[in-house]
Each structure stands twice: as C-alpha cells, then as structure tokens.
Design a binder for this molecule. Structure first.
Ligand code: ZN
Length: 242
C-alpha cells in the first residue's frame, strides 16, 4: 500500500497552485493507510481534505482524488475501521464537489478529457463489491456514482437518419427510454450529441446495451468512442481537447 502511494508523482498532477498541496496528498494517504486509531485517522483526513485531495473550505476537488480512489478503497478494505470511515467520507466529498465542478477534466485510459465527476465515479464503481458491503454510506456512494454513466462503443450501424451504437453501459441510464444529451469522446476531440436514446438496456447484470443516436454517422462512432452525460460538462463540448 505505501509503495503504491509512493509510486505516484503527486506533484506532477494538475491543480490550482494556491490550494492543491501534493505533499499533503502523499503524507495524508500514508498516514491514513497506517492509522491505528480515531485520532490518527482524523489527522490524516484533515491533510487530505485540506488541500491533499479536496479543499473542503472552497468545495474543490483535485485530479489527485481520481488517482487516489483505488488507494482509498484499499484503505476501506484493509485499514483500521476509523481510517476506512475517513476514506469513505473523502470519497463522498470528492464526488459531491466534482458533481458541481463543470470545468475540470482528467485524462483516463479510455478518454483524454473526462469530466472529473465521471472519472471519479468510474473508479468508485471499480470498488462496487466492497462498497456494497460497506454499509449505508458505501451504498449511497455507489448510487451517486451510478448517475455518472459511461457508454463504450464497440460497434455501430446506420439506422434511419442516425446510428445504432452497440457497446457496454456502466452506471445507470436516467429514466428508462428517455432521450438525454451526451458528450461523445473520440481521440483528440469531444463533441456534443443532442439526443441519445437507450434502445436496448443492459440485462441480467451484463453491461451490453444499445443506444440510438439520431443525426450521427456510424463512421463517427468507430472505437475508441465513449459517451458521457452532457450535464456533467455543460457548455464544454465541441472544444478540441489538447
Ligand atoms: Zn459526471
């Protein structure tokens, strides 16, 4: 665990110079991972909440929080119960702050400029089994994360004036068959889609699903193509991501 914390170059992660303090991220995670009681866990939590991963006074979350999710989940799993509770609280704050952050984006293995809320939510879903067994707070965190859906296109076909996209849906599609606005990410760019309709929902716990995308050419959906909720990044799509 400590090796995994030290393997990250926290000072290389972006963040506002006056509030993101990379040393607090590293020291706080080390302290939380090794905490043996309530007081130590609380002290570690203060470092992480006071500029390490989030800045609770200003309600900001830093890209370091996305990097830290697997580490915090490991602390929930293996750490002192007080440290685990602190880690859950930090995840909850990070996702809540991120949901109100319309401009911060992070690079991920699946897309280059993902809204920070969706990047966090995706990593939180990576700990779904653990969180489901972590009481009411874990369950609530998972439910919040599921609102930030992600659709990975695997194949596309023409249909009417648009396309059908076959792929994998993670998270929860809002309200059954309703049409939602989405953001389509391909290498080098993100474009807004006015309408995405869940044509065939996932079944029996398998993520396979199909979206109907009016006005989109199948060529524009060649993998790797990933969709996120447009509401997570209002007004930001259309700009070329560098
Ligand atoms: Zn989101």
């Amino acid at each position: 665990m400590l090796n995994a914390i030290d393997a990250v170059d926290w000072s290389a992660l972006p963040g506002p110079a006056l509030r993101y303090e990379p040393d607090r991220a590293a020291a706080g995670l080390r302290a939380l991972a090794t905490a043996t009681g309530l007081v130590q866990a609380a002290d570690a939590g203060s470092l992480l909440a006071g500029g390490g991963l989030v800045h609770d006074h200003s309600g900001e979350v830093f890209p370091a929080a996305v990097t830290a999710v697997p580490l915090l989940l490991a602390i929930v799993r293996h750490g002192h119960p007080a440290a685990g509770a602190t880690a859950l609280g930090l995840l909850d704050d990070a996702l809540a702050f991120a949901t109100h952050d319309a401009s911060t984006r992070v690079a991920t293995p699946y897309a280059e400029a993902v809204p920070i809320c969706c990047a966090l939510a995706d990593r939180v879903r990576g700990g779904a089994g653990l969180l489901a067994a972590s009481g009411a707070e874990g369950g609530r965190l998972l439910a919040d994360a599921d609102g930030h859906w992600r659709f990975d296109v695997e194949e596309a076909a023409a249909e009417g004036d648009g396309a059908l996209a076959f792929g994998a849906l993670a998270g929860r599609w809002p309200g059954g068959g309703t049409s939602v606005a989405a953001e389509l990410h391909r290498p080098g760019r993100a474009v807004p889609l006015v309408q995405a309709v869940l044509h065939h929902p996932p079944e029996d716990g398998h993520p396979d699903a199909c979206l109907r995308l009016p006005g989109v050419l199948p060529d524009g959906l060649a993998p790797p193509a990933v969709l996120f909720p447009a509401r997570c990044a209002p007004g930001a799509a259309g700009a070329r991501q560098s």
